[in-house]
Design a protein around this ligand. Sequence first.
Ligand code: HY3
Length: 414
Amino acid sequence: MDVFSSLPTSNEHIKCVDMHTSGGPVRIPIQGLPNLTGTLLGQKSQASLPENDYIRRRLLLEPRGHDGMYGGILRKDTELTKSGVADIGILYIHSGGYSMMCGHVTLGVSRFLIDTHDPEVFPNREKLRFDTKSLTTELRLHAPCGLLRITVPTMPDGKSSDPNRDVSFLSVPSFAAGLDIEVPIETIRKWTELGTRSSIVVDISFSGAFFAIVSAQELGFANGVKDIRNLEELWPVVNTIRDTISTAPELSAYTYLPTSPEPVLVNGVIIRDSTIGQTREDVSGAEVGIVFVENAIDRSPCGSGTAARVALAYAKGERKIGERWAYHSMLSLTSDGQGPFVGSPEEEIVIPGGKGVGARGVVVRTEGRAYYTGASIFVLEDIDKISRSGFKIMELSKALAGTRRTQHAQEPGT
Ligand SMILES: O=C(O)[C@H]1NCC[C@@H]1O
């Protein structure tokens, strides 16, 4: 205990609460952050962050984190909290950068926001509405992609969350953007299972972020995800799909937001298999998905990906309003079926400015469970250069190549 209690007295320390949502890590810094500049969320606040990016790197990269890390920086003052529309804001962070939407972090952070009563962390906590009949508390979260309406199961005293029931959130307007799109695969980027084919068929759907969705069978895995031996080996396949969609104008045409003049990058690729996945009494069916997002494989079933898949199924006429479906990850599938997210279309809506199949969409309810895993105080000693901004082991060779070139250039006579 002596060293543990003396550590926080070193120069900089950041207190964090750690959780996981179906395996997806959620790190929430609650004390020790500098005052972040700018009150706006979305693109503007992300643009204002470079000078603060060391926070994300220090908290999520090695040696304090890893490639699959995610977290949420709580923002008390955003345009929507100031106008009274939201109770608090959030900036989603991950090992590769910032996200417009992150469902698994939303589910975890929402539990924490019911449990905290620290006005420094969440000034509006005591104003939340606790429903004594359903034993739930409503929370309005300003996320970079828009307003998320969240329901957190709460203990009868109204003061803490109930870990035995699912948290749920209502998505931003979600829609299928493109159905059955043919994606050509360049010969040089073909993978063995594709055989002699030179294209695949994918769907594109949006729920706070765009996802390309394809079945494992369509990729050439005849028995679905059971045929996939090594998840890491799928990265070249996923990158091929993502790159092809973003570089071919006729394909990136499916990744426009109705309001944006430019295409948005596909955030994730979901390899799904509807022939497998534990179903239960309270859902109509189940499937599994391996979700490749940003630079990591999602440990959770992916909240935004779940909502995007529900919007897709609704657009294809495969789901009715209110019909609940279990979305497994490989982790939940192999954990006795514990930890799928459950998604259901809640309400059909018009997507203003939406075209074709994307002219109509749905608000999706996504349900899932998060658990606490720890509370940490991350410190930095003055002379420690290595952990100041964290590091990614895979980035080091690039950095070293740059150093070598510089040294070489400085040698006399070269
Ligand atoms: O649950 C989600 O939505 C997220 N999980 C990791 C990446 C996705 O954004």
